[in-house]
Design a protein. Sequence first.
Length: 321
Amino acid sequence: MTTDDDSARSRDVDDDTVPPGPEAGESTARTGLTHRRRRTDPLYYLFLFPSLALFTAAVTVPALLGFGYSFTNSIGFGDWELIGIRNYIAMFRDQGILGSYVFTLGFSLVTVILVNVLAFTLALGLTSKIRFTTALRTIYVIPMVISGIVIAFVFQYLFANTVPGIGQTLGSETLSTSILADPDWAWLSIVIVTAWQSIPGTMLIYIAGLVTIPSDVYEAGSIDGATGWQSIRHITLPLVSGFIVINTILGFKNYLNAYDIIVGLTDGGPGVATRSVAMSIFRGFEGGDYAYQMANAMVFFLISIALALLQLRITRGRSTF
């Protein structure tokens, strides 16, 4: 038998389970609208303003001024006149500037391939089951924390004195001559030194990618009969492809800006055989070609922006880190 109290409790339960009406929905909407209209705390702008002001003063304003000066005949001070795009036309006819672009692009391409191959090989070794892994990782990252100009001067002494001395002792005519004095091979010394400094940072990124690969994947491959090289080709390389893309594009952009190592090793020589785009720009500023080299800097800036956009497009949607 159902009592009156039981009936009342049943009605209460039924009332509680009734879905909310239009009034509840309007209240929720008003709450969400109020939340969306909530103003940003002014304290955020207080912290943002100093960085924004410094960036504008140190980067944005000089870049805009430089862009304007690229259409003038300014030498960096004094009077100047607008000359239109004559600086840009002359730049694309200048064999010295075109040669610096050829050297910079070629050097960057060779270096990025060498660095990635060696860094990936070292990363494979340092993530395998070998002894003293931690100590070896520490040793390998030492070049990364040394100044580029210091490294360049050390290797400059080695290439100019030590290696020729060893070559003379061994009776080797090839090694007896400094590679820095050879216009055809001086670029190789820059590639070697740049790679020596760059490999540790690239290697650490590859190590970060390799340690994310589950061991079960390799176990499954070994059960299917995959050899060591087949595991690297069909398992490791596809799973770290995002890291390869990032290392390649970031490295290429960094090598385009090569300056300090080149100054310390060859100073752009012999002649202008190893003069990079960055060196051409700075040397032009020193020689009074301010507006002319500003045009060069604008073209170089557009190339760097294009590479940055390419990186964003390629890496978009990749779950790498």
